[in-house]
Design a protein around this ligand. Structure first.
Ligand SMILES: NC(=O)c1ccc[n+]([C@@H]2O[C@H](COP(=O)([O-])OP(=O)(O)OC[C@H]3O[C@@H](n4cnc5c(N)ncnc54)[C@H](O)[C@@H]3O)[C@@H](O)[C@H]2O)c1
Ligand SMILES: O=C(O)C[C@H](O)C(=O)O
Length: 329
């Protein structure tokens, strides 16, 4: 193999998502079937042994694309020269907890990780934050990496996007493959707004095709927005395989580009588009090309959507204020 391996750092490598994610990266689903990867597994010291166990299983997978695996408990070393940083490691929400409860617990993790990325990551580093509260954790990391362009820090709402596709497919009876342009706006939380007013079902407008306002308001939106809690209730643990799958989708699309007739949802730093305050890391409809993302411009936002986008963005502003008060940014 002649290509230089891409260095991929996964934090929380011994956790549930890490376990589902690492094997898909190793098999080439993150970057492509011809792209060799060097894996860096970052864990806290108490979980290094478990990460070693995962690495043993990765060895046993005999993946031709894996050129090496390092297990580390030091962020500076883990992010040194990294091209793709998947920030998964954080304390997950348990029954009865809201994401806001996690701000303080997890905020402290993302400041040093941002600093370590700033200190040593590769010039082309791309960061995906999965650990909750993902948007604000991404903001914290980004604020501590002043030498890295802000657009390299993103948070995951592709899981919500995929959940919206699944619900829309069930309602319309049209396979996911024939759905396009669903959007998640705002925060990866219960205030998020899954929007089908610009989505397409077999090439036709989704909202018009479904034509069911009651379903939209009282079924679709709450089902998508509260799916994380429903999974925790059912499984007794937060989503893992679906979260890993969405992380694969997010990075794969970022690196390899969205289809010309579609877009994805990514939480990215706002430039003020759609009246989302500048600097917040908020979910938008995004197209990607040549490893860069762009917010889709010019969509008409009706009053129904405006109210919901505003509510989620207000929550993001409040989270930013809360982490400011905690001295995390
Ligand atoms: N954005 C999303 O759509 C989405 C979806 C599902 C889960 N999540 C979030 O992802 C995170 C991980 O979930 P999980 O189910 O894998 O949790 P988990 O508890 O199974 O694993 C988390 C791992 O992170 C490790 N960790 C903790 N602090 C760390 C640090 N400073 N550096 C490196 N590793 C560290 C822990 O030791 C643990 O192994 C949680 O915050 C969860 O809420 C986000
Ligand atoms: O909701 C959670 O806490 C877990 C995760 O973010 C999810 O959406 O499944």
């Amino acid at each position: 193999m002649t290509r230089t391996p891409v260095t991929v750092t996964v934090t929380g490598a011994a956790g549930q998502i890490g376990y589902a994610l690492l094997f898909r990266i190793a098999s080439g689903q993150l970057l492509g079937a011809d792209v060799p990867v060097r894996l860096r597994l970052l864990e806290i010291p108490q979980a290094v042994k478990a990460a070693e166990g995962t690495a043993m299983e990765l060895d046993d997978g005999a993946f031709p694309l894996v050129s090496g695996i390092d297990i580390l408990d030091d962020a500076t070393r883990a992010f040194d020269g990294t091209n793709i940083a998947l920030l998964v490691g954080a304390r997950p929400r348990t029954k009865g907890m809201e994401r806001g409860d996690l701000l303080e617990a997890n905020g402290g993790i993302f400041k040093p990780q941002g600093e370590a990325i700033n200190a040593g990551a590769a010039d082309d580093v791309k960061v995906l934050v999965v650990g909750n509260p993902a948007n604000t954790n991404a903001l914290i990391a980004q604020q501590h990496a002043p030498d890295v362009p802000a657009d390299r820090f993103t948070a995951m709402t592709r899981l919500d996007h995929n959940r919206a596709l699944a619900q829309l497919s069930k309602k319309s009876g049209v396979p996911v493959a024939d759905l396009r342009k669903v959007t998640i706006w705002g925060n990866h939380s219960a205030t998020q707004y899954p929007d089908i007013f610009h989505a397409e079902v077999s090439g036709k407008n989704a909202a018009e095709t479904v034509n069911d306002q009651d379903w939209l308001e009282n079924d679709f939106i709450p089902t998508v927005a509260k799916r994380g809690a429903a999974i925790i209730e059912a499984r007794g643990a937060s989503s893992a395989a679906s979260a890993a799958s969405a992380a694969i989708d997010h990075v794969n699309l970022w690196v390899n580009g969205t289809a010309p007739d579609d877009w994805t949802s990514m939480a990215v730093v706002s430039d003020g588009s759609y009246d989302v305050p500048e600097g917040l890391i908020s979910s938008f409809p995004v197209t990607t090309k040549n490893g860069k993302w762009e917010i889709v411009q010019g969509l008409e936002i009706n009053d129904f959507s405006r109210t919901r986008i505003n509510a989620s963005v207000t929550e993001l502003s409040e989270e930013r204020e809360a982490v400011r008060k905690l001295g995390l940014i």
